[in-house]
Design a protein around this ligand. Structure first.
Ligand SMILES: C[S@@+](CC[C@H](N)C(=O)[O-])C[C@H]1O[C@@H](n2cnc3c(N)ncnc32)[C@H](O)[C@@H]1O
Length: 241
C-alpha cells in the first residue's frame, strides 16, 4: 500500500511554499542540536558505519547534509518532490544522493535495498504525523532497508508533544509563524501513541537495542525568547535475531 493522495498532496503543498533559507521551517533546527546529538547515541551501535546511510523522510535535507559530511554514502529519501528540490538546491556539490520514494510502499523500500544492499537508516519526525494505516508499512519499509546488517535511529515526537502543539496552535495571538503553515497544510503532528511504537517495531521484525527520551528542538521561540522544544523519544533498532 502507499500513502493517501491527501497526505502526499499535503506534503507537496507544504514544501512548495516553504522558504529555502536555513531555519525557516518549524522543525529545521541546526544539526548540532538535532542529528549531531542523535549520532552520539547511534554510532556505538553501528556494526558497519561503511554501509550506505538512508535519511528517510529527509525533507529539505538539513540533517542529510550533516550526515553526508560524516558518512561515505548518504541517500536522502522523501515522499515529496518539492522537498527534494530544496534538498538538492542546498547541496550543490551533490554530497548526498536524493531519491523520491514513498517509504510506506512495500516495493519502494525493497527496490532501494536491492540497489544499496543493507543500509543504516536515520529517520527523524516521519512516523508521528503519518496516517494510522501507513505506520506499520512505514516501519516495515525501515526493516526492508536495514536487511541483516543495518541499524536504524528513529526519533519521533512523543504523545506529550501533542498538548504542547495544541496549546501553541490555540494561542490567542495565533500560532508561532513557522507552525502556521504546518497546520494550514493539514499536517497533524504528535499523533502516535507512545505505546504503539514498540508494537510497530515488533511487527516489522525489529528489535530495540537502545531507547530513550530527548527533546526535539524547533526553530521557534516563546514570547520570552526561549526555544520551543517538544518531547520526543528515540530508538536504535536492528533486525531481530
Ligand atoms: C516533519 S518532516 C521531517 C524532515 C526531516 N527528517 C527533518 O528532520 O528535518 C517529515 C518528512 O517526511 C516525509 N514523509 C512523510 N511520509 C513519508 C513517506 N511515506 N515516505 C517518505 N517520506 C515521507 C515528508 O515529506 C517530510 O518531508
Amino acid at each position: 500500500m502507499s500513502v493517501t493522495r491527501r497526505y502526499r498532496d499535503a506534503w507537496e503543498g507544504f514544501w512548495r511554499e516553504a522558504p529555502q533559507e536555513a531555519g525557516a521551517v518549524f522543525w529545521d533546527a541546526e544539526p548540532d542540536r538535532t542529528v549531531g546529538r542523535h549520532l552520539a547515541l547511534f554510532e556505538p551501535y553501528l556494526t558497519d558505519p561503511g554501509l550506505p546511510l538512508v535519511d528517510l523522510g529527509c525533507g529539505n535535507g538539513t540533517q542529510t547534509r550533516f550526515l553526508a559530511d560524516r558518512f561515505p554514502r548518504v541517500v536522502g529519501a522523501d515522499l515529496s518532490a518539492a522537498a527534494l528540490d530544496h534538498a538538492r538546491r542546498a547541496d550543490p556539490a551533490g554530497q548526498a544522493m536524493y531519491r523520491q520514494l514513498d517509504a510506506a510502499e512495500r516495493n519502494a523500500a525493497q527496490t532501494l535495498h536491492a540497489e544499496l544492499g543493507d543500509a543504516n537508516v536515520y529517520m527523524r519526525g516521519v512516523l508521528h504525523q503519518c496516517e494510522p494505516d501507513d505506520r506499520q508499512p512505514l516501519v516495515d519499509g525501515v526493516a526492508a532497508l536495514l536487511g541483516e546488517r543495518g541499524r536504524a535511529f528513529l526519533v519521533e515526537l512523543s504523545e506529550a508533544a501533542k498538548s504542547v502543539l495544541v496549546g501553541l496552535a490555540r494561542d490567542p495571538a495565533g500560532p508561532p509563524p513557522k507552525l502556521a503553515p504546518v497546520l494550514r497544510h493539514g499536517i497533524a503532528p504528535g499523533e502516535v501513541a507512545d505505546a504503539a511504537v514498540p508494537a510497530y517495531l515488533h511487527g516489522a521484525g525489529l528489535t530495540v537495542l537502545a531507547a530513550g527520551e530527548l527533546s526535539l528542538t524547533t526553530t521557534e521561540h516563546t514570547p520570552d525568547g526561549t526555544r520551543i522544544e517538544l518531547p520526543s523519544a528515540w530508538w536504535v533498532v536492528a533486525r531481530a535475531a
